[in-house]
Write a protein that binds this ligand. Structure first.
Ligand SMILES: [Mg+2]
Length: 290
């Protein structure tokens, strides 16, 4: 499986399959090193790649890490990054298998490559959603800039458990925005998606961010929903689930985090919304564009 999914999938000589993903994080774009502890940055760098492995319903095995360090204070910075990164690797029983370090006159750049093992259920790809499948999401959305974009837990155990126990047809992790990443999954599957806006799980942080940006109490719900649909860096999963399995999953609530059915995939391409009055109309896919 080549470019266009959350990770590539390679078939090894003995028939086993592995997933490979890489991320590149840059000071000033993905974090501001002057404003947060280096350990949180190191943790985030590894976590975003683990999240892509989770989106494939694969098990992370190892990482290789490349650093371009600023010349001044680079060694201390590298130590700080690893102090955050190593505990996360240990949590998933992953090895840091190697990497490369350089120093230069530019800002900190950190690149993480994670290799994962595809389970017997096969990789969870973006192209498997069918009309009638439900859109099920983990957790809550919006306002990650207030801190969750650094400290989130990639949904590895959740993805592995769900793929083992339910008929998951497609999946993606939300890096750039709920509406944007859902539209990408639907497009890869050759179908459309309808979100019932009233069902979107909005994070408290999305409300808090809306308040900080001056939303009045009357504007708060719609402002927070807008953040939930478009902020990105939630690193939750969007899953396409067979209808009967989705109903079972929602009734079971088998995880420590909430699973929510927010809509369904349909024949007609594009992204759609069911508004407060129950009408279906187009929904603009918004999110972070590099
Ligand atoms: Mg992804």
């Amino acid at each position: 499986l080549g470019p266009g999914d959350d990770a590539a999938v390679l078939r090894l000589a003995d028939g086993a399959e592995c997933a490979v993903t890489v991320d590149l994080l840059t000071d000033g774009v993905d974090f501001r090193i002057g404003e947060v502890a280096p350990g949180r940055v190191g943790r985030k760098a590894l976590a975003v790649s683990i999240s892509d492995i989770a989106a494939m319903a694969a098990r992370p095995l190892a990482a290789v890490i490349a650093l371009a360090l600023p010349r001044r204070g680079g060694k201390q910075l590298a130590i700080g990054l690893y102090e955050g990164l190593i505990p996360l690797a240990e949590k998933y029983d992953m090895s840091i298998a190697g990497g490369d370090i350089n120093s230069w006159d530019g800002p900190l750049v950190i690149s993480t490559t994670v290799i994962g093992q595809i389970t017997a259920r096969g990789p969870l790809c973006r192209h498997g959603a069918r009309p009638g499948d439900r859109i099920v999401v983990t957790g809550q959305f919006g306002g990650s800039i207030l801190g969750r974009h650094l400290d989130f837990d990639p949904r590895v155990d959740e993805a592995l458990w769900l793929t083992e126990n339910y008929d998951l047809r497609a999946g993606i992790d939300v890096s750039d925005g709920l509406s944007l990443d859902l539209s990408r999954l639907a497009a890869e599957s050759g179908c459309g998606a309808v979100i019932d806006l009233a069902l979107v799980p909005v994070a408290d942080a999305a409300r808090e961010l809306s308040r900080q940006q001056g939303a009045t109490e009357a504007e708060l719900d719609s402002a927070a929903l807008e953040h939930a649909l478009s902020d990105g860096e939630d690193f939750e999963l969007i899953l396409a689930v067979a209808p009967e399995d989705a109903a079972q999953m929602i009734a079971d609530q088998p995880l420590s985090i909430t699973l929510t059915d927010i809509g369904q995939f349909i024949d007609q391409r594009g992204l759609w919304q069911i508004d407060a009055d129950g009408r279906r109309c187009p929904l603009e896919a918004k999110g972070y564009l590099h």
